[in-house]
Design a protein around this ligand. Structure first.
Ligand code: ADP
Ligand code: MG
Length: 193
């Protein structure tokens, strides 16, 4: 995936977040404040208007800075910082051989910013699971990535707003895990053969 392909992939998240806005917002209404769909849509509208860069690193950085300034809530800084950190990986193209490096940066960025570990019912559960798959030498399928997000349903939240819902957070899929699955599948799509 070169800079041009990456750009069109990231811009291609806009129709996905348009389609999923209500779903994400409904999930966040149940275990949060009901703004995750709106936040993500605002973010990727801004990305579709402002994304720039002639190298993979510059495109990732532009995406991160745009998400940081356009998306409110907890998820904006988390995704924004993650893309900025992925920009520092520095390969000329993203390939099936090096995509693991990008997910390492993605995972570590969320760990640092979110002070989060696995099974806290967040986007981190999806990112870290995908990183582990890549580390063991395989690219998870789209369905598997979706399943990693759906698996957050049975977890009790201990981070973010959802943590205030304690036991009541069990039985609802984490909205950030769901949005992470869309972003991740877009990145993986570019290197799946
Ligand atoms: P807010 O919670 O501020 O309203 P959003 O609704 O946009 O922000 O995003 C909520 C999502 O952010 C959650 O579903 C969860 O996946 C993620 N999240 C919240 N706090 C953390 C954290 N500390 N670490 C990782 N992810 C988090
Ligand atoms: Mg919210």
């Amino acid at each position: 995936m070169n800079a041009e392909v990456l750009k069109s992939s990231l811009v291609g998240l806009l129709p996905i977040f348009e389609q999923e806005e209500a779903n994400l917002t409904n999930l966040d209404r149940e275990i949060g404040d009901g703004d995750h769909g709106v936040n993500m849509l605002r973010g990727f509208k801004a990305v579709s208007e402002k994304l720039s860069g002639d190298t993979v690193s510059d495109v990732l950085k532009s995406c991160g800075m745009t998400l940081m300034s356009a998306v409110g809530g907890a998820s904006g800084p988390l995704y924004g910082f993650s893309f900025v950190k992925m920009a520092q990986v520095g390969h000329d193209e993203i390939t099936s051989e090096n995509i693991q490096d990008y997910f390492k940066a993605f995972k570590e960025a969320i760990e640092t910013r979110g002070k989060v570990t696995k099974n806290e019912k967040t986007m981190y559960d999806v990112v870290s699971h995908v990183y582990e798959d890549l580390e063991s030498g395989r690219i998870p399928s789209k369905e598997e990535v979706t399943q990693y997000a759906l698996n957050t349903k049975e977890i009790m939240a201990t981070k973010g707003r959802a943590a205030y819902f304690k036991e009541k957070s069990i039985g609802v899929v984490d909205p950030g895990a769901m949005s992470a699955s869309y972003i991740i599948n877009t990145l993986l799509e570019g290197v799946r053969s």
